[in-house]
Each structure stands twice: as structure tokens, then as C-alpha cells.
Write a protein that binds this ligand. Sequence first.
Ligand SMILES: NC(=O)c1ccc[n+]([C@@H]2O[C@H](COP(=O)([O-])OP(=O)(O)OC[C@H]3O[C@@H](n4cnc5c(N)ncnc54)[C@H](O)[C@@H]3O)[C@@H](O)[C@H]2O)c1
Length: 275
Amino acid sequence: MSAMSTTIVDSSPGGTPAAASVAQTPAPADLIGRVAVVTGAAQGIGLAVAQRLRAAGAQVVGFDLAGADVTCDVGDSAAFEHCLQETAAQYGRLDILVNNAGLGTHTLPHELSDEEFTRVLRVNVGGCFFGARAAFAAMRGRGGSIVNISSIAGSTALGRGNFVYSISKAAIGQLTRELAVEWATAGIRVNAVAPCQVRTPGFAPLLQDQRLDAGHVGPRMLGGIPLGRLAEAEEIAAGVHFLASDAASFITGVVLPVDGGNLALNAGGTVGTLR
Ligand SMILES: NC(=O)c1ccc[n+]([C@@H]2O[C@H](COP(=O)([O-])OP(=O)(O)OC[C@H]3O[C@@H](n4cnc5c(N)ncnc54)[C@H](O)[C@@H]3O)[C@@H](O)[C@H]2O)c1
């Protein structure tokens, strides 16, 4: 990670609750025999999810534009469907799909082109839909779990050019609820995780954006996170693992914030100062 993001983590006003414990705690081996596909698995949250599900015993196939097991653009519905069908055929089943691949963008609404608007929605929302639709055939009747990666941006406005990104993440929440209702009787649970800011390669460039006051953006973000630090990718992966596993057997249609309390605080509250 960049030095700047390290500074942000260390500058927490409320101390830095240990993040390392998640990575160091062994994942429960509750996915033995399961086959999982994780999109956007080459780096960041997707890589951490793939590693976590593997550690839990699943056979995991990572999809990405490059650098993963399968090269696949999730915004290309035909290609994504083909890759998922091939994977399910090769392994004889598909139990878990994690729709993690996503594009961030920070173009202000009045400067946003049709092309960028369409591309973000196609990858972020379309990617979840195309994957879920293709997974349905493999999971129907025998059961399965789909976990989509939304964001706190899906339920609170962030400004700073997050316009189409936020719209896409809100849509993922509703896609999750609709599919959960539609597919419950087919034995398929559909849930989502909504992270706050996570220390990943995709997040780092935001801190270099010249339009933002670098001296303030970090403290402002941290001020909105009661636990007082950015998330680690492994912490998001732990939430995904839970929802994907039988430990969440009666949970469907939820968007689980893994956000250090960010959504609970919202804009009007004040983080306590007790130590
Ligand atoms: N990092 C954060 O602060 C944060 C916060 C909330 C939500 N999220 C969401 O979590 C997910 C992962 O974020 P990250 O920070 O790890 O991102 P990242 O940019 O570090 O990694 C994303 C991965 O997805 C891949 N990808 C992008 N477009 C793709 C496509 N069309 N087809 C296949 N793969 C594609 C990229 O190649 C990359 O490997 C995204 O959906 C993001 O919106 C991230």
C-alpha cells in the first residue's frame, strides 16, 4: 500500500483496533467439497475472498480480466455465462458465486459521458446479474449461495464524483433482494456485503486524486468510521465467507454492512471517546 494510506490508518483518532487477527485466525473448514467462483479475484477484496474460501476447504476458481484462473470480462454476458458453464461442467457442480468484480469511478455527474455511465452499470450491476443468471442453472434444486459485493455507497450519498458508482451499488442491493425472493424455493440464497473503504489496490488512487484535499480526505473518511480505521480485505472476505456458508443457512436477501460502524453512525452522530 502507499505511504499515504498507511498514514491514514495510523492517524486514527480512536486508536486502531487490531485488523491482523482476522487474517491470522484460521477460517473454519466448513466449505469442504464446495465449488466456488469469485470474480475480480486477481487482487484486492476478490483475492482475499478466494484465499479465504480456499482456506475453508472450497475449490475456488477465480475470474478476472487478467491474472486469475479464468480470463473473463463480467460485463460481457455471453463470455461470463460461457466461463461459468465451463467451470460448473469441469467441477461437476457450482455451490458459491461471489460477484465481486467492479469498477470505481470518480467523474462528476455533469462531466459523465454516456459511455462511462453505461460501462459502470454494465460491469457492476450487469456483472452481478449475468453471473447470477448463469449460476442459477447449476444451483437450481440442489442449492447454492450467491454473494454480491455492494458498498456503503449503495445506501448513502458520497459525492466526490461517486455518482454512477453509487447508483450501481444501490442497484446491487435491490438485485440481491429481488433474486433472493425469486430463487428462495430453488434453494439459492442471495446476499450482499457492503464494505466501507477497504485498503486495496483499487482504493489507493482515490487518495491521489488532485481534486481532493489530501490532508483532509483521510481524516474525514476515518471520522465516519467508528472503529477508527480502514477495513482490510480479509475482513470483507470473512463476511463473504459467513454468508456463503451453511452458518448463514436461514439468511437470504440481506445486505450486510462490513463497515466499522459507518452506516450506523451516518452523518448526524458523533463517535464516542471512551477508551
Ligand atoms: N476498496 C474499497 O474501498 C471498496 C469499498 C466498497 C466496495 N468495494 C467493492 O469491492 C469490489 C472489489 O474492490 P477492490 O477494492 O478489491 O477493487 P480492485 O480494483 O482492487 O480489484 C478489482 C478487480 O476486479 C477486476 N475487474 C474489474 N472489472 C472487471 C471485469 N469487467 N471483469 C472481470 N474482472 C474485472 C479487476 O481487474 C481487479 O482485479 C468492487 O466491486 C468494489 O466496488 C470496494
